[in-house]
Every structure is written in structure tokens, then in C-alpha cells.
Design a protein around this ligand. Structure first.
Ligand code: SF4
Length: 283
């Protein structure tokens, strides 16, 4: 069985940057807090926990003088205000590509546009984008969400950085007939585009794709979707021990891709396990 790895797989720029900041800060601070899991990867979060990084969902629970990290997903202005009120020092790992979406969305609101955010309403990145518009933007996951929304004459669309171009096209197509002016800022980040494109190329060359990444990782879930949309069965796993023999029955070529928060060790472990399973099958 041949194993092919996607050209772009694993840590993106924003995740790597956040991890480097965390690792450096845990060396100089006895205790460091992260406002939510630093990245959507359980194994990495557990490792950082052993180095002194404590996940905390509620800034109000932190003592004055604490140091807390904002994740690559970013946070709304209220978090910065509350930190300063409570004497908490923030270490800001907001990915610059996410910060760019914050600025765009806020700018569109200032210019009088109704702002739609293509994204997952339960995802902290999409919620952070809305917070930077003073709560004025609306998160849309699917055009169906617009059924009961009164669209104004001037609308602007931005995206959560991990969306697919196809979802953006669908939303734009649904909004355009109902408005006089539509501005679209394609804020899907390059890392997402590269991973999705490389995964589709891979999916077309193999019989099955293994997509590695946290189950809460939006960009990993999108990779599984684009592979399946390319017509190739795709299985999303977090770790090598979740691989199942039956996925490989009769498979000559297996593809491996990984989300932006998947460490190289997790990818290597899956490839190693696939090699073992492949040789067991042919033996
Ligand atoms: S997926 Fe894109 S926006 Fe998100 S952290 Fe990575 S580089 Fe930044």
C-alpha cells in the first residue's frame, strides 16, 4: 500500500507562532493561563499543561497580576478591557490573519454596511469577529440562516479564516439578488487555502484519505469535507490508534493530510501505523 502525504499538512503560521509564544512564556512565568485551549489539539494542550500552561475559560476567575494568553483565534475588545480592569497581563497570540478580519469587519460597520460573517456561530473566532463590530455583525453558517433576516441595501461579507471558497461562493450567490451593494472580503487565510487545495489534489490521487486533527478543529473538519466533496472517502481521526483496518481493505493508495493545529509527531505516528497495517495486509 502506497502512503501519500499532502503538500501542506500540519501546523500553520498562526498556530506555530502561538505555541512558540506559549513555550517561551512558560519558561519565564511559573504559571501561565490560556483563555481556552491554546489550540484545538488535546495532546499538545496536555503537553503544555505539564509545562505550566493552565487553561482557563473565565478571565474573572484569574487573580490580579496573572498572565493570560489570547489564542490565535483572537478575542473581542471586552476581554482586553476586563483584563486591564482586573490587572491581568495579556499575551496576545491572535493570528495576524484573524486580526485582519477584525479590522475589516469593524471598518465595514463604520462605513454603514450590514456585515455578515461566514462562519460557525459556536466558534470563538467567529464570535470574536462579531465582538469587534460591537455585536452588529451576524454570523451565517449557511444561506438558510438568512431566511428570517432582513437584508439591508448595503451588505458586506467577511469569513472566518478557515471557511471554504465554495461556501463563500454559495453565500454570495444567495445574498446578491437581494441587495443593491455587496462587498466581499475573502478573508480565508492562505494556510487554509493551501491545505484545502493540497488535500483536494491528494484526494484525487488516492483511494481513501486520513485527515488528522482535533475534533473541535474547524479547519480539520473542512479538510475532511473537501476530500469527501472530491469523491474520495475521508476519515477524520485525532490519533493513530483510531485507524481502522476496514478503511484500508482493497486500498492501493492512502492519502494523509492534517489540520493547521496538528503536530508533526501526530502525522508521523499515523504514517507509521499505516505502514504497519499496509504490510500486515500484504503479508
Ligand atoms: S488557520 Fe490561518 S488564520 Fe488560523 S491561525 Fe492558522 S494561519 Fe492564522
Amino acid at each position: 500500500m502506497q502512503i501519500l502525504l499532502a503538500d501542506h499538512a500540519g501546523f500553520c503560521f498562526g498556530v506555530r507562532r502561538a505555541l512558540e509564544m506559549a513555550e517561551e512564556a512558560t519558561r519565564s512565568h511559573e504559571r501561565l493561563y490560556a483563555l481556552g485551549p491554546l489550540i484545538h489539539n488535546r495532546q499538545v494542550v496536555e503537553r503544555l499543561g505539564r509545562q505550566g500552561l493552565v487553561v482557563c475559560e473565565d478571565l474573572e476567575a484569574l487573580p490580579a497580576g496573572a498572565v493570560a494568553m489570547i489564542r490565535a483565534h483572537g478575542a473581542g475588545p471586552a476581554v482586553y478591557d476586563l483584563a486591564s480592569e482586573r490587572g491581568v497581563t495579556l499575551l496576545d497570540a491572535t493570528c495576524p490573519f484573524v486580526a485582519r478580519v477584525h479590522r475589516k469587519a469593524a471598518q465595514f460597520v463604520r462605513h454603514g454596511y450590514q456585515v455578515l460573517v461566514l462562519g460557525d456561530p459556536n466558534h470563538p473566532e467567529a464570535q470574536g469577529i462579531v465582538a469587534h463590530t460591537g455585536g452588529k455583525a451576524l454570523i451565517v453558517e449557511d444561506p438558510v440562516d438568512l431566511e428570517n433576516v432582513h437584508l439591508r441595501r448595503r451588505v458586506a461579507v467577511v469569513c472566518q479564516t478557515t471557511q471554504t471558497l465554495e461556501s463563500l461562493r454559495v453565500l454570495v450567490g444567495a445574498v446578491l439578488p437581494h441587495v443593491q451593494e455587496l462587498i466581499v472580503a475573502n478573508t480565508i487565510c492562505d494556510a487554509t487555502v493551501n491545505r484545502q487545495e493540497a488535500s483536494v489534489v491528494l484526494a484525487r490521487r488516492v483511494d481513501v484519505v486520513i485527515v488528522i486533527g482535533g475534533y473541535h478543529s474547524a479547519n480539520t473538519r473542512r479538510l475532511a469535507e473537501v476530500c469527501a466533496a472530491a469523491g474520495t472517502p475521508a476519515h477524520h481521526i485525532e490519533t493513530a490508534d483510531e485507524l481502522q483496518e476496514e478503511w484500508l481493505t482493497g486500498v492501493a493508495k492512502v492519502g494523509v493530510t492534517a489540520g493547521a493545529s496538528t503536530p508533526a509527531e501526530a502525522i508521523e505516528a499515523v504514517i507509521e501505523r499505516l505502514r504497519e497495517m499496509g504490510s500486515a495486509e500484504s503479508g
